[in-house]
Design a protein. Structure first.
Length: 405
């Protein structure tokens, strides 16, 4: 029976050519949608290294260039910046609900990121990594757990090599099979060729949140003489937004000439997720539009083809075929036409995971899930479009076929 239906579909290949191209194009778009949604789901399950609950982010604006790159003596600069950071900590800790105060040079749940090129000091193997600098209290404030080594503390002052904490991705890439703690790195992105010593290891730190692509990350210690820019605050659970006014008052006590943008980290996370979901939503709208056009075209073609086959279908009824046989024949032929178009599309798409051109964005498990999802959607759409033409064909009688002109 399957062989017979395949012959029927193949004999009408010229009639089905444009319809097959429509199905193939629709499958490619739906595959892209399924693959993107699957990739987002994969990323969402991975750790970010950030706890957004009961955390607030304070962005400081208004620092003048002279304060960021002072021309005063080194001693004066250190005194000023040390007093600024300590004043912020003392002022904010006057609020009973505040539990931790930390500093960083990168906003969290934001599209900003900075990169550098690192090399292993012993082998020279290089790798481009994301870089972020944090204060000693950042690991506690963000609840960023270490899986090996330690975080920054006062014993790192004056160290021969700058202490850094790396993530598991960087460790697996540059130090496969060996303990990265104590290993040395060089920064070739700067003329000074700074040297780093690894003192800790975290599972991951993705500053852009759950939908950020995983990248090797290095966490360096924020110098005590740095001018504060981003503050990460941990408050007691259940603290509402009424605390914002208290935070602003305490911050203004330190520098009233600077402006402060205070925002709950949970709100920034929601805003970031909406921004990162925009490409997927656009692709979903395009897919829905294309599928609707394919559905209208498919329904019209099936209606026309069924009308043209009235003599053939009536003859089948005359020699003993039941209405159910005719009904399922039309649907099975349409499914077979879909599978032919989908098979051609899969022969093209399978080159992506084979060549690894998209890397982790389309691995074999994701390719399999996206393929099955796209096949299911296309087949369901085709069956829905074929239901009424198949029902209409199954209602034909031999008498109607004999009188058809």
């Amino acid at each position: 029976m399957i062989h017979h239906m395949f012959k029927l579909v193949w004999q009408r290949k010229s009639r089905h050519l444009l319809l097959s191209l429509e199905i193939l194009l629709a499958f490619l778009v739906v595959f892209a949608l399924c693959a993107s949604a699957g990739r987002y789901y994969q990323l969402f399950q991975l750790p970010t290294g950030l706890n957004h609950q009961a955390r607030w982010l304070v962005s400081i604006e208004g620092q003048v260039q002279e304060e960021l790159t002072p021309t005063a003596t080194a001693a004066t600069t250190v005194i000023n910046t040390e007093s600024l950071m300590s004043q912020y900590q003392r002022a904010l800790k006057q609020i009973p609900a505040l539990q931790q105060v930390s500093f960083t040079d990168m906003p969290l749940y934001d599209l900003s990121r900075q990169n550098t090129l690192l090399q292993r000091a012993d082998t020279g193997q290089s790798l481009e990594v994301d870089q972020i600098s944090v204060s000693d209290d950042f690991f506690a404030a963000a609840e960023l757990p270490l899986i090996a080594g330690r975080s920054f503390n006062q014993t790192d002052n004056g160290a021969a090599h700058q202490p850094v904490v790396i993530d598991q991705r960087l460790a697996d890439t540059l130090f496969p099979g060996i303990d990265p703690i104590g290993q040395l790195l060089r920064d070739d992105a700067t003329s000074s060729s700074s040297s780093y010593q690894i003192i800790g290891l975290v599972k991951a730190l993705r500053t852009q949140g759950e939908l950020m692509a995983v990248a090797p990350t290095i966490i360096s210690r924020l110098p005590e003489q740095s001018v504060p820019w981003i503050l990460l605050l941990q408050l007691a659970a259940g603290t509402d937004r009424a605390i914002e006014q208290q935070l602003l008052q305490q911050l203004k006590q330190v520098r009233s000439d600077w402006s402060y943008n205070i925002e709950p980290l949970t709100q920034k996370r929601q805003s970031m997720l909406r921004t990162q979901m925009i490409p997927l939503l656009i692709l979903a709208v395009l897919s829905a539009f294309l599928l609707s056009m394919v559905a209208f075209g498919l329904f019209g073609v099936l209606w026309q083809h069924t009308s043209q086959r009235i003599p053939e279908l009536g003859l089948r009824r005359a020699i003993g075929a039941t209405a159910g046989n005719i009904y399922w024949q039309i649907i099975a032929e349409q499914l077979m036409l879909n599978l032919l178009a989908v098979s051609i599309a899969l022969l093209l798409l399978v080159q992506l995971p084979l060549t690894g051109v998209l890397g982790e964005h389309l691995d074999w498990p994701l390719f399999g899930v996206a393929s099955l999802g796209a096949i299911l959607i296309i087949c369901v759409l085709s069956v829905l479009c074929a239901l009424y033409p198949a029902w209409r064909a199954s209602r034909l009688t031999p008498t109607e076929a004999l009188h058809y002109e």
